[in-house]
Each structure stands twice: as structure tokens, then as C-alpha cells.
Design a protein. Structure first.
Length: 470
């Protein structure tokens, strides 16, 4: 397009020259927002019905618009809709095609609305359509984790702090920890859906309009409980989208941590887990390699939504109230984060379903010093203040390390040197000898802890938390 050609603008007579091709190319968003076509048509049909109801357009024009939009929807659904270079966005593409099909009545459709409120109703409808899909995917992931946790409730494994062995836990407790995070994301998603029950349409460009439209009717026709409260905030804010992308970022941290632990526990240094071939890959050079690429993608790609959130927050921060073109970036960021996250949740579910564990290797990793907390608590029950018990057990661990023995041997050396430290030294030695990994696991009594009964209670509670809200 040359700058001296006859202007060919679709938005009125204000201009005397055509948009510069560089600006036109950057300004065009239809390649991103075309996926909103169904929501755009639904919003336009509801808007036309409202306009006819309040007498702003003839009933016959409303009928022509609704029928014409049905025909445009069919073209978009079957892939026969032809996008033109002049289609700036999905809204203008649909309106242009509607005009080609029904003529003059199409010019009445945009009465009483702006693309600013139109895009917000489209995005809000899209979120209301798609958040339940993500919810179902999260529920499936959580259900897979809980199924495995139920079977792993009695399987001892070390728990870690600072990636150092801390105490005896269980496979069930480890999996419930991830399931609890996923369940929390489901509840956050439900909260988001509850807040997305206000209809943006009718807010206009920034401050409403002068025509007697009925925003409450439009909201009802589109399935919303009410219209949004403030027109300026509706069109110029992206708080709801920040909430959604923020949820995806939080979810990404859970995906990343889950992937990291699978990578870690599959490594020969741990050797705790197994995965089927379908979730691993080979090497182009090394014939022996069997790589956990899927888990590494969970670990790496899961972090990317945090960058998407930062990008959207940066686009929104610092702009004045009301709509600014900076906000056009919102859908690109949203859809990029959304598509990646949906794929990653599906991949995480496959891993959760397919995980196997090596019980012998897990039990062997529960070394004798992991009985240290049990021993300290046993001394507390015998009457010692916890700090004294902690000090005595710490000495026993040091003695074990220095003498090349285990905790039982270290405790014996401490008690031999200080026979009056406890009232029943022989009984204490006997009890400690009996504290196998399975016994230590069974002795855990705290609600929420790794005791088998607690893990099964966690499974039941977390399953119940996934039920849809009434």
C-alpha cells in the first residue's frame, strides 16, 4: 500500500490517507484473535436481540442479522470462511462478511457498542467456555495422583528437606503433596469462574453511551448474572486476564516441581521410579540412553507461564485508565500460556498414571538415621525436654558417623558413656532396633502426615475437594 493511494479504511471518514502498511501489519490481530469467532458471534446475536427489544433496530433487521451470523458461523466452523488482508481483527472480519451476506442491516449491528467492550465480552465468554475444560484436565491429573497415592500409602520412602534425607515418609504422602497443590488450583479456578459472571458488553469505548440499551438483558441472554459495574474499568483493565494467567503461572510451578522430582527420582543416583518407554526418548548418539524428556519438559516449560504473566502485567502497568492499544497484547499472551499449560497438564497426567516405583530401592534409602526424630520424640514421651532429647540424639548420630556404625550403635555409645541419661536404656535400644522403615511409617500419628491412615484420609479429602461447587 503506497501512502498516496486512495484511502481504504473501514472505520469512517475521519481520515484522508490510508494507514501506513507497517502500522497496518502490526495493528492487525486477526491471526491471534480469530479463535474467538464463536464467542464473537454469540455476543453479536445477543446484542442484536437486545437492540430490537429496546426498539433501536427493526425486528426484521434483527432477524436478518441473527440469521446472517448463523451463516457466517457455519463458514467459520467448516473452514470455508475466507479472511481478507483488510480484516484487522475477528470482529471486523465477521462484520465485513455479515455485510456481504445481508447488506444494509449489518450496518446496524454495532449500534451501542465498541470493539473495546466487544473484545472483552468475547474473551470473557471464551474463558467461561474453556476454564471448565482446564478444570476437567486438572481433576484428571489429581485423580491419577490420588489413585497412585492410595496404592503407595504403605510404601516407605525418604522425605527430604534441603534435598537431604529428613525422615521416613511414603510414596502415598509424596503423591498427595502434589495432589494437594493441584486441588488448590482447582479451587482457584472455581473462584475465577465465579468472578467471571459479569457481562462487559454495553460498556462502550470507555464511559458508556447515549442510547437506551439494556445491559441487563444482554447479560441475561449471554448467561451472565449481571453487567459489569464500571465501563472504564471494563474496557481499560485486564484484571481478570491477569488472574487467569496468574493461575497458569502458579499451575506452572506445580508442573515444574512435579517434573523435577520425576527427573530426580528416575536418575540412577536415586533409582526410585520407573516410566514406560512411551514417555521417554533416546539419544541420537548414545545407544544406551533412555531420557525423561517429558518430565524435563514439565520442569522447563512449566516455568514459562511466569514469564507470560510478567509480560501481561508489564503491558497493563502504567497505562492510563481507559482502553489503550497496549492491551491488544493480552490475547497473544493468554492463548500462548493457555495452550502450553493445557498440553503440559495432559502430559503430567500421563506421567502420574504411568509411574511405577521400586519398593526395595525406596526402603533401602530409608537409612537408620531417619529414625532420629522418632528417637527424640520417644525420649520426650519418657520425660526429657525436647531440647535435651534433640541434643542426645544429635550426639548419637555424631558417634555413629565417627565410629562407622548406625544410629543404634551411636545411641549405645552415648548411653554407655552416660548411663543415667534415660531411665530405661536397654528398652530404648530394643525399641530403636525394631524401628524398621515400615515401623517408622506406621508410627506416624499426625493428621496430614505420612502415616498410612493419614494418607488414606488425605486421599478421601482431596477427592471430595474436586467436586464441582453447588
Amino acid at each position: 500500500m503506497s501512502e498516496d493511494r486512495t484511502p481504504a479504511r473501514s472505520l469512517g471518514g475521519r481520515f484522508t490517507e490510508a494507514t501506513h502498511p507497517v502500522l497496518e501489519r502490526i495493528n492487525r490481530s486477526v491471526d491471534v484473535d480469530r479463535r474467538l469467532w464463536d464467542q464473537d458471534i454469540r455476543g453479536s446475536q445477543a446484542h442484536a436481540a437486545m437492540l430490537a427489544h429496546v426498539g433501536l433496530i427493526p425486528e426484521a433487521d434483527k432477524d436478518a442479522i441473527v440469521a446472517g451470523l448463523d451463516a457466517v458461523r457455519a463458514e467459520l466452523a467448516d473452514g470455508t470462511f475466507v479472511f481478507l488482508p483488510s480484516d484487522e481483527d475477528i470482529h471486523m472480519a465477521v462484520e465485513r462478511r455479515l455485510g456481504e451476506r445481508i447488506g444494509a442491516p449489518a450496518g446496524r449491528l454495532h449500534t451501542g457498542r465498541s470493539r473495546n467492550d466487544q473484545v472483552m465480552v468475547d474473551v470473557t465468554l471464551w474463558l467461561r467456555d474453556n476454564l471448565p475444560v482446564l478444570r476437567s484436565a486438572l481433576v484428571a491429573w489429581c485423580a491419577a495422583l490420588l489413585h497412585q497415592a492410595e496404592h503407595g500409602a504403605d510404601v516407605p520412602m525418604p522425605s527430604y528437606t534441603h534435598l537431604q534425607p529428613a525422615q521416613v515418609s511414603s510414596v502415598g504422602q509424596w503423591l498427595c503433596a502434589h495432589a494437594a497443590e493441584v486441588s488448590a488450583h482447582v479451587r482457584r479456578l472455581d473462584d475465577l469462574l465465579a468472578r467471571l459472571d459479569a457481562c462487559p458488553l454495553g460498556s462502550g469505548a470507555s464511559a458508556g453511551g447515549y442510547l437506551p440499551i439494556d445491559r441487563r438483558l444482554t447479560a441475561s441472554l449471554l448467561g451472565f448474572a449481571r453487567p459489569t459495574v464500571n465501563a472504564t474499568a471494563t474496557t481499560g483493565s485486564r484484571t481478570d486476564l491477569l488472574d487467569v494467567v496468574g493461575l497458569l503461572a502458579l499451575l506452572g510451578t506445580t508442573l515444574s516441581r512435579f517434573g523435577e522430582e520425576i527427573v530426580l527420582f528416575l536418575s540412577p543416583s536415586f533409582g526410585f521410579l520407573t516410566l514406560p518407554d512411551r514417555l521417554t526418548t533416546g539419544s541420537s548418539l548414545l545407544p544406551q540412553k533412555r531420557n525423561p524428556d517429558g518430565a524435563e519438559l514439565l520442569r522447563g516449560a512449566g516455568k514459562l507461564a511466569a514469564g507470560d504473566f510478567a509480560a501481561l502485567a508489564s503491558a497493563v502497568a502504567g497505562i492510563p485508565s481507559g482502553y489503550s492499544k497496549d492491551l491488544q497484547a493480552d490475547k497473544e499472551v493468554l492463548f500462548r500460556a493457555w495452550d502450553r499449560t493445557v498440553d503440559l497438564v495432559a502430559l503430567a497426567t500421563l506421567h502420574a498414571e504411568a509411574l511405577g516405583w521400586k519398593a526395595d530401592r525406596l526402603a533401602a534409602a530409608c537409612t537408620p538415621e531417619l529414625a532420629s526424630l522418632w528417637l527424640a520424640d520417644r525420649l520426650v514421651l519418657a520425660g526429657l525436654p525436647f531440647r535435651e532429647a534433640h541434643h542426645l540424639v544429635g550426639r548419637a548420630v555424631r558417634e555413629a558417623v565417627e565410629a562407622g556404625t548406625d544410629l543404634h550403635g551411636g545411641l549405645s555409645r552415648v548411653l554407655d558413656a552416660q548411663p543415667d541419661a534415660v531411665s530405661d536404656p536397654d528398652e530404648l535400644r530394643t525399641e530403636l532396633r525394631a524401628m524398621t522403615p515400615a515401623a517408622l511409617l506406621g508410627a506416624l500419628v499426625t493428621e496430614g502426615g505420612a502415616g498410612p491412615a493419614s494418607v488414606r484420609a488425605q486421599v478421601a479429602t482431596l477427592r471430595a475437594s474436586l467436586a464441582p461447587r453447588a
